[in-house]
Design a protein around this ligand. Structure first.
Ligand SMILES: [Mg+2]
Length: 395
């Protein structure tokens, strides 16, 4: 990869390059680790279940001077990709693109990943995240300031209910209300329609009226049944209806968006800025769920939000089965992106993993995420705790 060379104040490129390298150093070491993380309960979704544990990839970049940048990839085979493919993408394909490079050249490094390997968005997200964390620490700025500057300091948090044992979920919903959360997302379409209607009925009866309830089918409906069933669902006044039908069913998404009163959200149907342009043109949804793992990094996530904003589409901060580390990348992206204004779902570190990997608790207060103001992503990985969960490590 050729680094980007720009002239500043008439200084020769080489002089600027040396100055920047003295400030930050070059990436000297890269460690790619697969972690196996126990979770508190089974979860069911329209496209599949998660039980017992999730497997993610933790990336550590280091400079000779001791600066460290952390990144995470959180693939899910039925949604994004595999942990094995993600680990190989980072270890085999991206390692040569970053070792020896000035970490401030984030654009050039990420362009090189595009020219080296198609797809593998989670691996690209992990690399971009680690570079921003490292550079933020080097220059003393939080990542949100490097992404354009923060426009919000708190983000409303939503938790997702997906436990096939609904009694346990109802208890959880009451607990998070007491913690200050005022948004719930109910995962639908993994059992039968009656089960979904009954759960919404009970939640509406048992929870105070200021708890917003949204629903997410994770592609779980058949196109021919979706409109009729969603009209039943609308009786319970959900805040939005997320990805009711399979990702490729764009014609049905467009039809549902035009015929339902409730906003329809696209998640699995929209990954990239190119998807977003087409989705705006075909009006497949009223809102998009933006995820760092889908777009391949925070900056591509911001690009999706920019396209959405131009098309009058609202945006929400989604996530995968992440630790607090990947949550933080999403937090900084949302903090610097005005149009991601529908809250976020960064709850796994606090409510779903048996143990998170960060040195401090993920920053929640009264049902909102508090955007860190310390340099980089704001909280480091606890290296000793990380070791307990590693099942494979390269570097
Ligand atoms: Mg979703």
């Amino acid at each position: 990869m050729r680094p980007v060379h720009l002239s500043v104040n008439g200084l020769p490129d080489a002089y600027r390059e040396i100055t920047m390298s003295l400030l930050v150093g070059v990436v000297d070491r890269m460690t790619v680790s697969i972690v196996d993380l126990p979770v508190v309960s089974k979860r069911s979704h329209g496209i599949g279940d998660v039980a017992n544990r999730v497997r993610n990839v933790i990336l550590k970049l280091e400079t000779k001077d001791g600066l460290v940048g952390w990144g995470e990839a959180s693939p899910w085979p039925v949604f994004t990709g595999s942990v094995e493919g993600t680990s190989a993408a980072l270890d085999v394909y991206f390692r040569p693109l970053v070792i020896g490079q000035n970490p401030m050249h984030i654009t050039a490094v990420m362009e090189a990943t595009e020219a080296t390997l198609v797809g593998h968005f989670e691996a690209k997200a992990a690399l971009e995240m680690a570079l921003y964390d490292l550079v933020g620490k080097a220059v003393g700025l939080p990542v949100s300031e490097l992404l354009g500057g923060r426009c919000r300091s708190r983000i409303p948090l939503s938790i997702s209910l997906a436990n096939p044992d609904f009694a346990a979920d109802l208890e959880l919903a009451k607990r998070v209300y007491a913690d200050g959360l005022r948004i719930l997302k109910v995962k639908m379409g993994f059992s039968d329609h009656r089960f979904d209607l009954d759960r919404l009925q009970v939640l509406r009866e048992e929870l105070p009226s200021d708890m917003e309830i949204r629903v997410d089918y994770n592609q779980g409906m058949k196109p021919y049944e979706a409109l009729k069933r969603l009209r039943d669902i609308e009786v319970f006044q959900p805040g939005f209806i997320e990805q009711p039908v399979p990702a490729k069913e764009w014609t049905t998404m467009t039809e549902l968006t035009s015929k339902l009163d409730t906003p329809v959200m696209a998640d699995e149907s929209v990954f990239s800025p190119v998807d977003a342009i087409r989705a705006v043109e075909r009006r497949i949804a009223n809102c998009f769920s933006i995820k760092v793992m889908k777009s391949g990094g925070m900056r591509h996530g911001q690009e999706v939000a920019t396209v959405a904003n131009a098309g009058g589409i609202g945006c929400y901060g989604g996530d995968m089965f992440e630790t607090g580390l990947a949550h933080l990348a999403g937090v900084h992206m949302i903090a610097a992106t005005p149009n991601i204004s529908l809250g976020c779902e960064f709850y796994q570190a606090s409510y779903y993993l048996k143990q998170d990997l960060l040195t401090k608790p993920f920053p929640l207060e009264n049902g909102e995420v508090v955007v860190p103001e310390t340099p980089g992503l704001g909280i480091d990985v606890d290296s000793d705790r990380l070791k307990e969960f590693i099942v494979d490590s390269r570097g």
